[in-house]
Design a protein around this ligand. Structure first.
Ligand code: TYD
Length: 137
């Protein structure tokens, strides 16, 4: 698999669902030290995002609302898709993977936990460069 699934606890009562995530060594719910959290709100179903890889970044990606498909590619001929549509279901990405985010529902809200601060130099935005890079590591 090009990713690992994480299921966080979900507390459901008559008033809705609550998903707590603790960032500490004891709970180890997230497999790295979280340095950054960002959200993506994407309601244009015909648009895709991503089209890049990271040289040195781990991420946990979850869909807080609605749904979307995450496509991962290892540059070695393996491509996998994950459908995310549950507030407590996440995907852990490690290593250099090309990612495309697509097929967003109108109400889609994505949250991403990242292991490093934002660094524009960490991005590989050309697919050919990505394939050459993964063959080299
Ligand atoms: P980008 O990573 O290019 O998003 P996508 O690949 O999904 O289109 O980021 C879009 C913009 O947001 C870009 O101008 C940089 C900025 N950005 C930050 O400032 N900090 C961040 O942590 C991220 C992820 C993006």
């Amino acid at each position: 698999m090009l990713y690992k699934r994480i299921s966080f606890d979900k507390f459901e009562d008559g008033n809705g669902d609550l998903v707590p995530i603790e960032f500490n060594e004891v709970s180890q719910q997230v497999p790295f030290d979280v340095k950054r959290l960002y959200f993506i709100k994407c309601n244009k179903g015909d648009l895709n995002r991503g089209y890049h890889a990271h040289r040195n970044l781990e991420q946990v990606i979850m869909c807080c609302n609605g749904s979307f498909i995450l496509e991962l590619d290892d540059g070695l001929g393996n491509v996998e898709e994950v459908y995310l549509n549950e507030i407590n279901e996440a995907v852990h990405i490690q290593g250099v993977k090309w990612r495309i985010l697509k097929e967003f529902s109108e109400d889609c809200l994505i949250a991403v936990l990242a292991s490093q601060p934002y660094d524009v130099a960490d991005y590989i935005r050309e697919y050919d460069e990505f394939v050459a890079y993964v063959k080299d590591i």
